[in-house]
Design a protein around this ligand. Structure first.
Ligand code: DLL
Length: 433
């Protein structure tokens, strides 16, 4: 059976909003009664759960941040006794304590359903073979996708990340039709495949579900042509669930957010005011069905915008635009705001280089500088000094004209920028060190 929950996914919006309000009210009550942090925050704001009488009242509730999860480390945000928690995940982050999330059996079941819906969005059925190269472990990627694939009834290959040659062999030998991993790792898999003389025609892949890090539209085109697949953008975060919070369908026109399980808002990260649909700002999520770790107005730092019209696929849930970056990812250099994904888009338009890059920001003599490390294509003649100079100045000029920013470009040999089987590290900001 294909996994397509039409009565929920195409629900009339008024009906959806009635459902959301009901679920929100019971979530708030439970959070207030069971989680001291929420009780304190609500009391400080002079709000009781029963004051929320409509969905628009949500905007009066206090936000929750990553720091709140760190401050209550490890289990302070849990709203159920440990006896009812059947799974724990954690996300490390670069600083401070990890953020920990728990799941009840019913949370896991809901998560599997949402991931099954997500896979179904890309046309995947039980007849598919799904190669999961997201990391298995505390990271939610591997297990999150895994359980959704099983719920769908597909055949799952739980490879996890790493050992890329083996990934290529397994893709070929098992005939996987679906690839799930970060977009940067997918690119690396294709690079290793070509070194092994394995062409897209030797593989049976037809769709990829890529997420866990920002990527650009040009990267989509690159991956689609390298593998001969549809590349679908999937979004999620452990604090809200993991993968399965939102996904594109084959229309590739925004990511459907499963609104029967979360309420999504966009706020202005400076003023904290809710922004109207269509305006870019910071994504904020409230879970309305989670038992173990209800999360209220979680500030993601991810930048996107919302649209609520019906998608051509028939789904009525809100869609968010591709994440363009994070508010804490934005590099401000000499007053210019730059997101790594903008640089990525520019690089993908230039011939002779690969989309493997790193942005190194430094401060010299009080002035901020960006050095852009870019790998040349294996076919490029790296010993040709004049060609190299020409390539470097093309990139510099493109970045200057698109972003209004002057950068230093350092072209490096193929395979010199470190590959990761998880999230790629695009920015090295030496100013903070
Ligand atoms: O990355 C969950 C996930 C796994 C999503 C597999 C998709 C696929 P965290 O490790 O908690 O969870 O990191 C969440 O990753 O706030 C975004 O900044 C970023 N992110 C996730 N998906 C996307 C995406 C998982 N499609 C953080 N585009 C989020 C851009 C993404 N950024």
């Amino acid at each position: 059976m294909d996994y397509w929950n039409e009565s929920v996914e195409c629900i009339d919006r008024q009906q959806l909003e009635r459902l959301q309000l009901e679920l929100l009210q019971s979530t708030l009550k439970r959070a207030y009664e069971q989680v001291p942090l929420y009780r304190t925050r609500f009391d400080e704001a002079g709000i009781k759960p029963e004051d929320v009488k409509s969905l628009s009242d949500l905007r009066h509730l206090p936000f929750t941040t990553k720091q709140d999860l760190r401050d209550t480390y490890p289990f302070g945000m849990f709203a159920v006794p440990m006896d009812d928690v059947v799974r724990i995940h954690a996300s490390s982050g670069t600083t401070g304590k990890p953020t920990v999330v728990g799941y009840t059996a019913s949370d896991l079941s809901m998560w599997a359903e949402l991931m099954a819906r997500t896979l179904c969005c890309g046309g995947v059925t039980k007849r598919d073979i799904i190669h999961v190269a997201y990391g298995y472990g505390l990271f939610t990627g591997g297990l999150g996708v895994h359980y959704g694939a099983e719920r769908l009834g597909a055949s799952v290959v739980p490879v996890s990340g790493g050992n890329t040659k083996r990934q290529v062999r397994l893709l070929q030998d098992f005939g996987a039709t679906v690839l799930c991993c970060t977009p940067s790792y997918a690119l690396h898999i294709s690079e290793v495949a070509s070194e092994m003389n394995v062409s897209p025609d030797d593989l049976r892949l037809r769709v990829g579900f890529f997420g866990a890090e920002p990527w650009s539209e040009s990267m989509r085109q690159e991956l689609e042509s390298k593998f001969g697949i549809d590349a679908i953008d999937i979004y999620g975060l452990s604090e809200v669930l993991g993968p399965g919070v939102g996904s594109e369908c084959l229309a590739k026109n925004g990511l459907h957010i499963w609104e029967d399980t979360v309420i999504v808002e966009i706020i202005d990260p400076e003023t904290n005011e809710v922004l109207p649909d269509g305006c870019p700002g910071e994504l904020v999520f409230t879970s309305i069905r989670k038992e173990a770790c209800p999360i209220i107005r979680y500030r993601t730092r991810d930048i996107s915008s919302i649209t609520r019209g019906r998608c051509e696929c028939g789904r009525t849930h809100a869609r968010i635009s591709r994440i363009t970056g994070r508010t804490d990812d934005m590099i401000i250099v000499r007053g210019v705001n730059v997101f790594p994904s903008q640089i990525e888009s520019v690089l993908l338009e230039v011939d002779g280089i690969e989309p493997h890059y790193q942005i190194v920001v430094d401060r010299k003599g009080g002035l901020d500088e960006i050095e852009l490390l870019v790998e040349v294509s294996p076919s490029f003649n790296i010993s040709g000094v004049r060609e190299l100079e020409r390539l470097g100045s093309t990139i510099r000029a493109e970045i200057q004209s698109v972003l209004g920013l002057s950068v230093r470009v350092r072209l490096v040999e193929p395979r010199t920028i470190e590959r990761s089987s998880g999230k790629a590290q695009r920015v090295i900001d030496r100013r903070k060190l």
